[in-house]
Design a protein around this ligand. Structure first.
Ligand code: MN
Length: 140
């Protein structure tokens, strides 16, 4: 079981991610407003952070950089989830400090596999996940 912080502004995605993680025996906690994400992460001390990239106020990219420069959070693996996969997005997300990248609509299988792999690898540089959509993707 792992503590997983979700930063996501879309209620349907929060429900989907929380249900998926709980079904895998994890303890999810969600933050909808990225301005509170850093404090929430410091308090919850998650084993993994899953963050949306398209967020109002503080973007997912900014949040990843903030976590990477936070002493207590620098080593926590981060998985980014994004609705758009424009050219260069994955590189920018990885350069900001995320270990994995999954595009929406998410494949539930890939989502779960990526979570498992990140929990196993920690914040090692191992690259997991990828940006392509699967035929079996769920909506959302
Ligand atoms: Mn969003």
């Amino acid at each position: 079981m792992a503590k997983i912080l979700i930063v996501e502004d879309n209620a349907l995605n929060i429900k989907l991610f929380c249900d998926l993680l709980a079904a895998h025996g994890h303890e999810p906690e969600a933050v909808t407003d990225s301005r509170f994400a850093l404090d929430a992460a410091r308090q919850f001390s998650p084993d993994l952070v899953i963050t949306d990239i398209q967020l109002p106020h503080i973007s997912g990219l900014e949040l990843i950089r903030m976590m990477r420069s936070d002493e207590g959070l620098a080593a926590v693996p981060i998985m980014a989830v994004t609705a758009y996969s424009a050219q260069g997005d994955e590189e920018r997300i990885r350069a900001a400090g995320a270990q994995a990248y999954v595009s929406k609509p998410i494949s539930v299988v890939r989502f779960a596999e990526t979570v498992d792999q990140l929990l196993k690898n920690g914040s090692d540089k191992a690259e997991v996940g990828e940006g392509k959509m699967d035929p079996g993707s769920s909506p959302g």
